[in-house]
Design a protein. Sequence first.
Length: 239
Amino acid sequence: MTLYAIGDIHGHLDLLRAAHDRVAADRARMGTGAAPLVHVGDLVDRGPDSAGVVGWLAGRAAEDARVVVLKGNHDALFEAVLAGDPELPLDRYLGAGIGGAATLRSYGVDPGLPAPRLRAALRAAVPAAHRAFLSRLPLMHRAGGCAFVHAGIRPGLPLDAQAAEDLLWIRAPFLSDRRDHGALIVHGHTPVPEVELHPNRLAIDTGAAFGGPLSAVAIEGRAVALLTPTGRVPVRVLP
């Protein structure tokens, strides 16, 4: 069974379209037309066109059952801002650490507005269809011996007992844990210079948020290939 996956997007619609083109080309070459394509979340923040990414993926998912989109921690933060969550101050969301100012600009909202006006402007600017799409995003997708999540899992817990907080945010102890998790965990969240295949996990966030590429991969069992404009490049398993 072939599975496709794309890493953290962070508002880069141009890179996302190009990644989909590479998947389409691989489908044509390899005859994998029915294979799912899973996005591991973080549609928004930091990049220039979060609104475009949300709208484009919402359309693709609605018209193509093969397209799966997971929720990332940045998507959850954006939802919290839209809901007026008092535990997420606007200045924190708009700061460089999260990069929410770029998301607001993509919806035509000036992040420099006073807080009450800004919240009202944002609620008016984000289409109801975008809100509904974000609210429906799952935290995990399982297929073909893989479990796709945004950040990772809590080692030692069954996959069906994982907490949302871990699926969205975990780093330690997941990244250093070497035990078998019962499935290959395909994740983003923690940027790596290039796609990393470990015996128990596959890291595919290659830093599009910070000027890196947006990686798309083909997964067949525990074999992984990076999709490039000229075809597949096998990814070796790290020791």
